[in-house]
Write a protein that binds this ligand. Sequence first.
Ligand code: PHE
Length: 483
Amino acid sequence: MSSLTRSKRFSTGSEALALFIGLSNATSRRWGPCSPCRYNSTTSTDTFTIEGKSYPKDSWHNLPPNITFYISRRLHTTKDHPISITRSIIESRFPSPTYKYHNKFFPIVTTHQNFDSLGFPLDHPGRSKTDTYYINSSTVLRTHTSAHQADTFRLNASEGFLISADVYRRDAIDRSHYPIFHQMEGARMWDRRTVPNGDIAAAVWADIERLPKHDMKVEDPNPPTHAERNPLQKEHRREEAEAIAAHLKRSLEGVVVEIFTRAKRAALAADPGFRDEPLRVRWIEAYFPFTSPSWELEVFWQGDWLEVLGCGVVKQSLFTNAGVPDQLGWAFGIGLERIAMLLFEIPDIRLFWSKDPRFLDQFKGVSDNFNNLRKFVPVSKYPACYKDVAFWLKSSSSAAGGGGKEMEFHENDIMEIVRDVAGDVAEDVRMTDSFTHPKTGRRSMCYRINYRSLERTLTNEEANEVHERVRGKLVEKLGVELR
Ligand code: PHE
């Protein structure tokens, strides 16, 4: 699965959380057993129940309680929440009724919706248990809003749509990655049977004329299609695909202008020394199983090219399978956290889950008037506490003399253990060393964990206590040998 709609690492300092997200410190450090009122979900040995829906569990189930806890928060529809504000700002560029907004799709979907309907091959890494949260072998927490594309095409309720939702991926721990984040999917369709004279290209170009113009600098060095790298679909005439691509690109450039002009204005108001450069974007060829040709859009921001979204011309098989074979169109997917972090200069992705008024009150009134948008002012910064853990991986044959095969190891398993034990006081986890013993063939790894609360100073004793429990769980769950 592409990571481009995830948040990028930020260089700014971090503030902390735990009580900040409305949990007692004890709860955030030790996720207790699920109780229906606290997590709004129950799990017995054989069923998982949430918001009145029950699913049978099987050996694929890998959903920890700390994830379940967040499922019902729905930050993207919480008034004056930065994720919701970001959603509304983007929606303002895709006017109703041409675009219909879907903001209530349920996060639990079938593997068919999340993968098969989009043409993901069976061996795609995104399907693995190390990347995706499974309720059971055929039911997952959606990993992207594209999971709803096919159903929304089938619904056929509007010429275009936007879908905003929470999405879930097992992933690294750092200031820009969190296992739950938000995406917005967009799509626009034209129907061969209803456009004048059946001429899709002409109809699309007429619609392009109606889009707002901009004077931002756009780099688009590649031809609209490329036989090997970015092919035209056999069902499409060249001029159709080119017109659809032009409409897609112009629409998304408009989103960038909207967001980054506001981000600039907020940054300049807070810091007159802010580097005010003209906006620049570039289109990069990309690959997604469900679009062709495909692109990523990058924005030049504060000295770096940032990937902001993925998009392309929808594969015709999706429309055919959805019972609307006469439609053609484009789709895009954008990660909302990354945009919100830039827009408000929010330095740590954990802050979005905060219930602390010192965070939330800073966004009051912005949903009703985007001109009230201000840069976020960090509350305070608490010290980091770094702890290392080094271990030998378990080998499947641990016979003396070594040479045994190494256990199957995935870094996300480490990440999940740290999250389970430390909750949101784990700010960052990274591998600092790895080597294979020349004689025994065993592999040693060292990870450095940064413990930092967003709301207070952690004592060294507290950090040690959490770290000891992390070490214990690594042994218990992964069978590693601590060194
Ligand atoms: N779903 C893709 C992702 O998560 C983004 C995407 C959406 C790409 C729609 C193309 C079209 O990375």
